[in-house]
Design a protein. Structure first.
Length: 465
């Protein structure tokens, strides 16, 4: 968390010159089982770099230095004596307060530590409460425009094994060979007659199914690029799966542990996907040169479109995370409100903006100035075109259904079913987005109305008094 706890008042008593080694008192709180101390968030865009703690569910939590020190002191291994098993010396609240005072040179009491644990750490699911009771259930973060409708397909252990098969592709010598080959292949590809290849695929159900299959394989290989980049950097990738992101089917890989890496390692994990797309393009180019099979040109085009989409910094694609990791700020969207208020309404920067270094704040400001109009235009265009899109898709679906019923060719029927699915998913996703947007606007207006009514009632009471 970036929020700071209230600072305790300094004690007038002299600070001890050696760390306290023992304390009497009732056994205090403990870390939740599975909690790990990660350390400083390297390459941070904050003036005071936050420190990371990994919860038992894998979620990383950012803490200021004071809270991190308390977590470190509550770690049962921190105060374990030589020859004793880990956990034998459970620290008490008084002991943590004394050691915290020695470490910081400030006077902390057991009441201060109790406040920090019960009001800050336990609600985050990092520690138990001081009375020994477990913390409340904690949900994972639900950031704006995140992938919500998803399902894990490969477990963390399977992802770890498969990613190990491809880590050698991230070696600098290999990358220096494959990346220039990709650009040479791209130069050759854009001189080819892709229009003829597209026409051939549209009139060939088998070719269409092959292109769809290769596009899916490319997406899976893209995710393996993220996972293998994490493993190459020395951290464990999470589960891999699929879901619906806004309007389209999407694959994902949980690379939360990449926050344990430095800036370079995080950017390598971000670029791992499009790097593997480039490798896939190289394979397709070689396959086309060997066979001359036109659908392979369409497959290369689809992978290029995937690379372009992933590098866009607007939504939560790879380009967004590249910008976030370059500036060292994990969630850029939460700064839209503060920056809009500062730029458009000339309000002074709030605490979140003042916590950022100057150059990351400048980059985020430019990103917000570009992203807000782009999202507004895209959303307005979608809402205006949604009725026409539904009507056109319904007519096309009826024609495809008629073709499926009349055709005895199973390959053609399969291609028609896939086309129907591709027509339904965007409309369904857009409908969900519009409904969620309208619901959010209604809730915001309802809250503002309730707050204005409450203010009016307070002013009326004040007048009567």
């Amino acid at each position: 968390m970036s929020q700071r706890p209230p600072t305790p008042t300094e004690s007038g008593a002299a600070s001890p010159t050696v760390p306290p080694s023992a304390s009497t008192g009732k056994a205090g709180p403990t870390l939740v089982e599975g909690t790990q101390l990660v350390g400083e968030f390297e390459g941070s865009g904050y003036r005071e770099p936050p420190l990371l703690v990994a919860r038992a569910d894998g979620q990383l939590v950012r803490l200021p230095a004071l809270l991190y020190s308390v977590v470190k002191m509550l770690d049962s291994s921190h105060l374990a004596s030589d020859g004793q098993p880990v956990g034998a010396n459970r620290p008490t609240v008084a002991q943590v307060a004394a050691e915290l005072s020695w470490e910081t040179g400030r006077g902390y009491t057991a009441d201060h530590v109790t406040f920090l644990v019960d009001q800050k750490l336990a609600p985050l699911g990092i520690t138990t409460y001081c009375d020994g009771s477990p913390p409340p259930p904690t949900a994972k973060a639900d950031p704006f425009l995140a992938l919500r409708f998803r399902m894990a397909v490969l477990s963390e252990n399977v992802t770890w094994f498969l990613s190990g098969l491809f880590t050698w592709l991230h070696r600098p010598v290999v990358a220096l060979l494959l990346i220039p080959a990709f650009f040479v292949g791209e130069g050759w590809f854009w001189t080819q007659n892709t229009a003829a290849a597209l026409q051939a695929v549209l009139f060939s159900p088998g070719g269409f199914l092959l292109v769809v299959f290769l596009a899916v394989v490319s997406c899976v290989f893209h995710e393996m690029g993220h996972a293998s980049a994490c493993r190459y950097g020395g951290v464990r990738p999470g589960a891999m799966g699929c879901g619906i992101y806004l309007v389209w089917p999407a694959f994902y890989t949980d690379i939360t542990n990449s926050y344990r890496l430095g800036r370079g390692g995080r950017i390598r994990a971000d670029l791992g996907g499009v790097y593997f797309n480039a490798i896939f393009v190289n394979v397709l180019v070689l396959a086309y040169l060997a066979t001359g099979f036109l659908p392979l040109l369409v497959a290369i085009l689809s992978v290029n479109l995937e690379i372009f989409q992933q590098l866009l910094p607007t939504l939560r694609f790879d380009g967004y995370y590249i910008v976030a990791d370059v500036v060292g700020i994990p969630d850029l969207f939460k700064y839209i409100g503060p920056i809009v208020r500062r730029v458009l309404f000339r309000q002074p920067p709030d605490e979140r903006l003042r916590a950022l270094k100057r150059w990351p704040q400048t980059v985020v400001t430019i990103w917000v100035i570009c992203i807000v109009p782009a999202l507004a235009l895209q959303l307005g265009f979608v809402m205006l075109q949604l009725p026409r899109l539904i009507q056109a898709d319904w007519q096309q679906i009826r024609l495809l259904v008629a073709d499926v019923v009349a055709s005895g060719d199973y390959v053609a029927a399969g291609a028609s079913v896939l086309q129907i699915l591709f027509l339904i998913l965007p409309v369904a996703g857009l409908s969900v987005v519009v409904v969620q947007l309208l619901r959010g606007i209604f809730r915001f207006a309802h809250r503002r109305l309730r707050s204005s009514r409450a203010l009016t009632d307070q002013l009326g009471v004040a007048d009567l008094s």
